[in-house]
Design a protein around this ligand. Structure first.
Ligand SMILES: Cc1cc2nc3c(=O)[nH]c(=O)nc-3n(C[C@H](O)[C@H](O)[C@H](O)COP(=O)(O)O)c2cc1C
Length: 165
């Protein structure tokens, strides 16, 4: 299965760490969209889209990129993020909706906490220090394996949920 992962990581490179953890098990081509985007997603069967959460949604650059994708049929996508706090399911709503309108079916979603020093949080030297941590990266890798269909059953037997708290 040909897989691409497109990510945007602005604040502390938190999402870059998750993108890397996801790419290994999937053998995915990794694109930091601030630097590089694949000209064409034609030859990919599965495409991952992720960023930090900024003002309740994925990065504006990632959202714009998704909006301008050529309509597709039968391709799968997955969504991921790192966030300071709050509900990932809601934070993913906009990107999920756009990807569906571009013809993707959503194979899964992953989110975990990330170090956050935005705004007043600087005063307390940030929240979620050290996140994503080893456990977050391990969960991301298991999520990727389940997407690849290699260990889906084993992951769910061990009670691992795609979204980590
Ligand atoms: C401008 C800005 C806005 C943010 N808004 C939110 C938000 O609405 N909800 C949230 O949970 N985290 C928010 N965060 C925290 C980031 O989502 C979190 O630190 C994330 O891990 C950053 O990922 P990155 O290092 O890959 O950019 C915000 C951070 C910044 C810098």
């Amino acid at each position: 299965m040909n897989t691409a992962i497109l990510y945007h990581s602005i604040h502390h490179e938190n999402t870059r760490k998750i993108a890397r953890a996801l790419s290994g098990p999937l053998g995915a081509d990794l694109y930091d969209i601030a630097i590089d985007t694949p000209g064409d997603l034609e030859h990919y069967d599965l495409v991952g889209f992720g960023s930090g959460i900024y003002f309740l949604r994925h990065s504006a650059l990632l959202v714009r990129l998704a909006e301008h994708l050529k309509p597709t049929y039968g391709k799968k996508a997955f969504i991921f993020s790192t966030r300071g706090w709050g509900p990932p399911f809601l934070y993913h709503t906009l990107l999920r909706r756009i990807l569906k309108t571009r013809g993707f079916s959503i194979a899964g979603e992953y989110s975990c906490r990330g170090f956050d020093t935005y705004g007043l949080l600087k005063v307390v030297r940030g929240i979620n220090k050290g996140r994503p941590n080893e456990k977050d990266l391990e969960r991301a890798a298991l999520f990727a394996l389940s997407l690849a269909g290699q260990t889906g059953q084993r992951a769910s037997q061990r009670g691992i949920t795609p979204v980590s708290r």
